[in-house]
Design a protein around this ligand. Structure first.
Ligand code: ADP
Length: 450
């Protein structure tokens, strides 16, 4: 097992990792920018190292500074969390060259899944159903038109290096295609420094359903069921739940087994999420994330399994702590991603939290790194915290999350709590009757002010 883990991240996920380390008896090193000197992850870690000024590229993305921090503190492993360097294969390689363990999959698998064209090819080869589209990158408008005619409009132009919903453009008809291609390309170029794009059938009313996996790197793998992340704004997840209201036990086991088998064949190591769109009873692979995800707690709540603990133990060469048969799904869990934003316009609202009172009680979990008197800096994502609620069934979970949201007090900044209070009382959400476009329609019709 590792002696000391350096956490190359900040905010709630740094705290989440710290907690797992403490329970495993592993010493922790926090790193922080000068904007984060007062952050909770710095306060709770055994040691901390300042790695640079506020901009992420000079601190949390600064590989030489992170290496120096490992050297100074004698850390023998690095946990990257999510975002920042979590899916940077080169970072994993550099750590290996310095005999420091990267808590994540092999650089080869990070690279494979980081290129969405390669990821789709691999998924197909491994027997995972994929969205119909161009099997490779699109090099010309003529080629795009040929593919688009073959799969039928509307089509989606997507960036090979994509992430965070960027570099994605819908072409509804032939007339839109050339513009969608050039916009997607230039967006991809500026966001990822890579303008490679590919084409996919645009599914009109799908749900986003993803499967959590865990592999031991030696050909052993299990799945931990699904998360339904269909409530999205700008292709980004807003609320997640498990189990999905759209699946039964048989469908869950079937897709779960397909994915777990694929991970066994790949000899995948660590935690990962295989993402699908789900429409008319069919699953379509869109991508795989080779890291812990923001919404992992909903899976933890219904399985009772600590995913970060498993991730650390497996990275240290340990075995998966259970077999597929041991994994059972109890009750229902929902997560709300609460941001420091105006709940109607989504304008960021960084600043000082004058009064803070998180909800509590049976089945309520708050993963957050803020506290009363804390100032949310303007440099990073606007997550205030994640409210995760568990109930014996979906109905109990909804009742509980309504009262938990009503209890939640964050004063001094604007947050999206009022939006969630409305959403969890909406009849469509209560019935589980929503797809990836539901929230955009709700907001277009007025949202909170409508
Ligand atoms: P990113 O890596 O940018 O997050 P994904 O491929 O994971 O991109 O897709 C993010 C979201 O975009 C999906 O959850 C879905 O809402 C939408 N999306 C992606 N592919 C399609 C598609 N083929 N048809 C319709 N919507 C899609």
């Amino acid at each position: 097992m590792f002696d000391k883990i350096l956490i190359a991240n900040r905010g709630e996920i740094a705290l989440r990792i710290l907690r797992a380390c403490k329970e495993l008896g592993i010493a922790t090193v926090a790193v922080h920018s000068t904007a984060d000197s007062d952050a909770m992850h710095v306060r709770l870690a055994d040691e901390s190292v300042c790695i640079g000024p506020p901009p992420a590229r000079e601190s949390y993305l600064n590989i030489p500074a992170l290496l120096a921090a490992c050297e100074i503190t004698g850390a023998d492993a690095v946990h990257p969390g999510y975002g920042f360097l979590a899916e940077n294969a080169r970072f994993a390689e550099i750590l290996a060259e310095h005999k420091i363990s990267f808590i994540g999959p092999s650089p080869k698998h990070i690279r494979l899944m980081g290129d969405k064209i390669e990821a789709k090819r691999t998924a197909k080869k491994l027997g995972i159903p994929v969205v119909p589209g161009s099997d490779g990158g699109i090099t010309s408008d003529e080629e795009a038109l040929r593919f688009a005619r073959a799969i039928g409009f509307p089509v989606l132009v997507k960036a090979a290096a994509g992430g965070g919903g960027r570099g994605m453009k819908v072409a509804r008809s032939e007339a839109d295609l050339s513009e969608a291609l050039s916009t997607a390309r230039s967006e991809a170029k500026s966001a990822f420094g890579d303008d490679a794009v590919y084409l996919e059938k645009y599914l009109s009313t799908p749900r986003h359903i993803e499967i959590q996996v865990l592999g031991d790197g030696k050909g052993g793998a299990v799945h931990l069921g699904e998360r339904d992340c269909s409530l999205q704004r700008r292709h980004q997840k807003v609320l997640e739940e498990s189990p999905s209201p759209a699946l039964n036990a048989e469908q869950r086991a079937k897709i779960g087994d397909i994915v777990a088998n694929a991970m066994r064949e790949l000899k995948y190591l660590g935690v990962g999420t295989v993402e699908f769109l789900y429409e008319n009873g069919e699953f379509y692979f869109i991508e795989m994330n080779t890291r812990i995800q923001v919404e992992h707690p909903v899976t933890e709540m219904i399985t009772g399994i600590d995913l970060v603990n498993e991730q650390i133990r497996i990275a240290a060469g340990g075995a998966i702590g259970f077999t597929q048969k041991d994994i059972t799904f109890q009750g229902h869990a929902i997560e709300c991603r609460i941001n420091a934003e105006n709940p109607a316009t989504f304008r960021p609202s960084p600043g000082r939290i004058n009064h803070y009172h998180p909800p509590g009680g049976l089945g309520v979990r708050v993963d957050s790194a803020v506290y009363q008197g804390y100032t949310i800096p303007p440099y990073y994502d606007s997550l205030v915290g994640k409210l995760i609620v568990h109930g014996r069934n979906r109905n109990e979970c909804l009742m509980r999350i309504r009262r938990a949201l009503d209890e939640y007090v964050v004063d001094g900044i604007e947050t999206t709590i009022p939006l969630f209070r409305t959403l969890v009382r909406n009849p469509d959400i209560a019935d589980g009757n929503y797809n990836i476009h539901w929230l955009e329609h709700f907001l277009a019709e007025g949202g909170l002010s409508g």
